[in-house]
Design a protein around this ligand. Sequence first.
Ligand code: IVH
Length: 845
Amino acid sequence: MEPATRIVELRRQLEDANYRYHVLDEPNIPDIEYDRLLRELDELEAAHPELVTPDSPTQRVGNGPSAKFAEVRHAIPMLSLGNAFSDEEVHDFARRIADKLKRPVLKFSAEPKLDGLAISLRYENGVFVQGATRGDGATGEDVTANLRTVKAIPLRLRGIAGFGIRDSGFGETAAPSPLPVPNPQSPIPAVLEVRGEVYMPRADFEKYNEHARLHGGKVLANPRNGAAGSLRQLDPRITAQRPLAFFAYGTGLVEGGELPDSHSATLAQLRAWGFPVSSLSEVVEGADGLLDYYRRIGERRDALPFDIDGVVYKLDDGEGQREMGFVSRAPRWAIAHKFPAQEQATTVEAIEIQIGRTGAATPVARLTPVHVAGVVVTNATLHNADQIERLDVRVGDSVIVRRAGDVIPEVVGVIAERRPEGTVPWRMPANCPVCGSEIVREEDEAVWRCSGELSCPAQRKETIRHFASRRAMDIEGLGDKYVETLVDAGIVRGVADLYRLRRDQLLQLKLVLDAESPEALAGAVKPHLRPEGSGDVLNAILKLDGADDDWRARALAQRIDFAWNPKKIATKWADNLIAAIDDSRDATLERLLFALGIQHVGESTAKALAQWFGDLELIRRLPWPLFKRLPDIGGEVARSLGHFFEQPGNQQAIDDLLTVGKVRIRDIHPPSAKLRPELDLAALLVEAEIPTITPLRAQALTAALPTAERIIDAEPQHFIAAGLPEASAAALQAWLEQLGHPRLLLEGEKYIARILESAPPLEEVATGPLDGKTVVLTGGLASMSRDEAGAKLEALGAKVAGSVSKKTHLVVAGEAAGSKLAKAQELGIEIWDEAQLLDFLARHP
Ligand code: IVH
């Protein structure tokens, strides 16, 4: 096919896909297919630059920045609208028109008032040539390059040569709203100005901000600002990355052609030409029709995919519009009927921390109550500590709160001029408001977390659910809803309480959960009650209010004394659960460690900890840098372990498990001999992440100063004498002066000695051909599972790790190995395929 023909064909397909997606809301090809066509077109145009036209879909990507925007004088001014805030004002509006036109029945086009940015698009002979902002109404800014990047804006109208309505076959059939049917033969005017609103869909706005918050980008205050800011970028490549959309709602200059003489028919015609028109537009009659429309749209407001700040009513017929004319800069034939504002000003009374189910700490502003879009708002999220810092929100500040859709109300900005004297910047508290454990944050993360995993009531449900889950303690039969209710009723406060559950409590729980209402519960309980006093029990149950879901927890909390009639109640579930709980008492260290739900400690880390250290009593007291000596444990996991075990609440919960819960670890053993070469004072200094202390320097230092005490007591000149550069000596000194650091060294040294005392001698470990080698398995093996292969390699002395690092000696890559293989190649690590592995295993039975 001739390139020119193919180019035309590709453009037509791409514009069709765009039209289907943005105008009809009926996508016909997947994104990936769209991208493929676009790439093909791009390549063809690159090979034939003379065939590139400004209306080609490839021109949407945007070129380099311009210094500033040129001015554009609007041929016909872009008007604004008068506002109505009450039913009364809407009646007045309709009456004024009826009186002046002397018509009893009026037809209006009613449409949503999108909250974005007004623009005007100029088409010459059906091709987009210029786009401008409203500016002051008379003169705007030329943002053509930016508007080209908005996919919902057609670069070329449907119905002109090359992509007529006839060609595509769906031009006039699929109108999604009750607009008049346009005349498919309507010729496109030589000059056509289309006016409408560029906006940012709500979901895209949320996604954009979420990303910005996590990656430290600029957070947009609301979708409107997002749309306006994006259009005013001097570099269209930035605009191209913003999720902008467009709705047409009117026209400006029209030359060399005609539009229908009613607003609704004009909208239908615009849609047929390829412009997105709101499917919420309708033609209604009289003030009653307008108000009915207002209420219907108002009910849907929160659920709409975009922000609207009201609805717009326009007299539908052109003749009537001309007769009504204008007053100053607004038409007399149209009016905006506003909804309650989605943003309001109020005062921050306090900033508190909320701890989520997984321990995430979110700051929340307590506000002087304020009505926002029909709801009283008293709290608003501040998302995270970074956001507070960025906005500099302080207690006492006047702020703008925003509530849109079903999104949680949020603080979007501070009104700086109204800041009272004496406010102080906010800081994340050091401790969890719920359990008192430390609040910590990992490097480069926006999220702060409570480190009281096992002891924090806010995290209880999640912790218990995880503890009981199959891969953890495997307590079968304890589903999420039981956990919920047991925790809500206060019967289970921590994991150890699971081991105190009694059969009669469980039977009661089941009755309560199976009942639909307090009445039903009373009915179910009745046959099990002793006759004496049964009335009191039933009355107590019936007093529970079924209106909220809490009644179940309250029913359970009452601990009604049943006279169980085992014949009448299914006890099997309770018996099985009690048995499952009892079975879980006999645990492996690996499972118990995983079950504790320590942040970043998954099954493989738990397994490594168990294998290397052998005993919970050691692990729960170990200074955190020593965890890093294991092949798969880095600073993040080690610090997380450290934080977890530093919290008295977590230690208490572990004590409870072992004493009250009578959990018994069945595979306690001395630390692995493989730890011996890993542990000395130099290693401790390195793993403690003392700035500038490299392994070589640590060794030089410990050669001269062989104990933690001597290092702590030394002066910088001793470090220099030991061979440290001056700056490094100073860094070490500074580190030692920080609270807790000397203790970390002393404790670390103590635990190193303790491990070396109890670990078997190295030579006693059966020496295998892979002793001391760290191996990573990746991809699928045909002859055995990865776990089996790992076990065989371990039996030959290897440490099997889950990720590739500089410490890895060998990678076994099976079928479809991916990033780990690539990393191994990059690091120049030895790589085996399955055949090599099998060969090796055969030679070392
Ligand atoms: S008509 C002559 N229709 O509201 C009438 N405007 O306050 C000119 N807007 O600047 C505007 N949705 O940015 C019209 N369906 C709609 C609208 C709409 C949003 C904005 C537009 C305009 C402002 C007027």
